[in-house]
Design a protein. Structure first.
Length: 179
């Protein structure tokens, strides 16, 4: 089957209270204060994260993301059951979170998951990239959208619904889903 480009939007019910979504729900940035939002079991409340509304249990899909600003961010995918209500553990921010992502703290790039923490050395600063999900093969791949160079691929057994995942580490960073 062909790989399907997905028209993603962000799910406001999952967004940390300090995250501000754009009016079209395709962009996110960190605001200065907590918004008064209803608590939801779906909402992240310890890290500045948000999921897409669209989740996948089969097939091959891809989406394109643009990141702006010099500060940290992470982009990838998360299991529906990923924990959202506790602080990151001492073992790293993605322990027991069932999240696979590529990100930066503003200096170094890393591929992070429950089981791996790998330094990455992209040739240039990442601004726009494609995320490819092959559910049946258990692969989540990342490519520089400007020249399609490979950044990293996770091999995992997803076993449940998978949602595109976005995290902002500090103010001055923006993440936008490209259409």
């Amino acid at each position: 089957t062909d790989c399907e480009e997905i028209d993603l939007t962000l799910d406001p019910e999952t967004a940390h209270p300090r995250l501000t979504l754009s009016s079209d729900s395709r962009g996110v940035r960190l605001g200065g204060r907590w918004r008064d939002v209803p608590d939801s079991p779906k909402r992240f409340d310890s890290d500045y994260c948000v999921l897409a509304l669209q989740g996948f249990t089969c097939g091959r899909h891809y989406w394109e993301v643009e990141v702006g600003g010099r500060r940290g961010w992470a982009v990838g995918a998360a299991r529906e059951s990923a924990r959202r209500k506790e602080k990151a553990s001492a073992g790293g921010p993605y322990q027991k979170r069932e999240i696979w992502c590529v990100g930066t703290n503003g200096k170094k790039y890393q591929a992070l998951s429950t089981t791996e923490q790998m330094p990455l050395s992209p040739c240039e600063r990442l601004r726009r990239f494609c995320v490819y999900l092959d559910y049946e093969r258990g692969q989540l791949g990342f490519y520089n959208a400007e020249n399609m160079t490979h950044i990293h691929t996770f091999n995992a057994s997803f076993r449940e619904r998978i949602f595109p995942f976005f995290r902002i580490l500090s103010k001055g960073t923006r993440i936008k889903i490209c259409t």
